[in-house]
Write a protein that binds this ligand. Sequence first.
Ligand code: UDX
Length: 461
Amino acid sequence: MASKRICIVGTGYVGSVTGAVLAELGHHVTCVDSNPEKIKLFAQGPPFPISEPGLPDLILKHRGKRLFFSADLSGAIADAEAIFVCVSTPTKTSGIATGSFDMVYVDAVARSIAEHARGDVIIVEKSTVPLKTAERIEEIVNGTAPAHQRGKFHIVSNPEFLAEGSAVRDALKPDRVLIGTRPADEFARTFMNELYAAFPQEIILHTRLWSSELAKLANNAFLSTKITQTNAIAALCDRSGADVTEVSRAVGMDGRIGNKFLGAGVGWGGSCFGKDLRALIYLLRHFNLEHEANFYQAAHDLNYLLRERFVRTMHDSLYSLANKTIAVLGFAFKPLTDDIRDAPAIDIIGMLAAEGARVRVVDPEAGMKVKETFAGKPGATNIVTVPSATVALTGADALVLLTEWDEFRRLDFTIVASLMNRPAWVFDGRNVYDPAAVVRAGLSYYGVGRGVLRSSTFHEP
Ligand code: UDX
């Protein structure tokens, strides 16, 4: 396999992992970023600016040999056969196209590529983008490049499906490699096949550009609404006495549905699901598909309502939140990452503190982000970060599990109960604890879709 010269623009989760994995596949990769501090850290670390299992090993294995970090965007573009656009596409929060992706960074990268690329060059859309972005990129590069370079740009959509915490593993062993190209662009298809020659042929899927762009949005819409459907059933379980974990087990044994992403709790967070769902809703409305947009809008809104409802359940169980000491276990949006973007914990802690609760937060990776997150917000003085679950739980009235890190899953409730006040509650926002073990230890339990089990009325069956 011929080694390719690749430039990665943007060293967030997607860019840094893609760069390291392409180096592992044997290619010569230069990663660039407009933030010189980030590049310096990648070039000199550890520590690295991104916390992702397996990433440090790959960087250290290839750095200086086939993997380079540079702030020189024009040089890296000029030297590359393929440029991967991995810059962020955040939700646009005001003005025209509010709710869609903000394309300001993609637009700027396209202009730099037009200016500095040499010869036939592949432009790979890796960031999640709105439908028909390829057309816009083509327009920009062909419109602004020097005359001899026009027509030499090959746009490819190659979306990334990696999940944080398992990103390196996902990228090294993908379910599929999706490659969207123009039907006539044999050059791009051959290049991408060679780039991914190390992967089994059967997982390489060639489609039209627009199908590939949309598949990424559809994929995340399926996953997020699958979780939200489970949470809708969980609400009914809370009212009716059914247990959502049993319902999910039964439903997940249907091979057509599958047993993943059926976990009820405080709902999904992270940088992708909300952003992609909002962009899909925007897109549907743009094409006057109001009913379809409403379907996703309802799922989106329900996910965020869960956070409020969870705090209400806490309030009703504790009678009042004011002056209660609450141990919040977990701040990151999921385990194995320090990423707190759209984390349910941010909203939930904010609501608890605003109600006058004294909140102690512990998270093995994201704990240091608590202070800056709430600085200047209502109730900020009620929130502290503590180094361990033991410190958080000593003298606490409630334990709230929001991120299911292994160390929080493995708690011994006889010890937990000995540390906490009485009466004390466990609010299991991820449904990981055994309710019977909790109440046996003398604590009351609430799990989302598992109802309330009070220690005072609990009798061994
Ligand atoms: C997601 C997609 O999985 C990935 O393919 C895409 O490229 C980016 O978005 P990520 O955001 O890293 O990845 O996390 P993911 O593991 O999908 O979890 C998202 C959220 O859903 C987390 O907050 C998690 O706690 C929650 N979740 C997950 C549930 O609430 N229930 C579940 O059963 C599974």
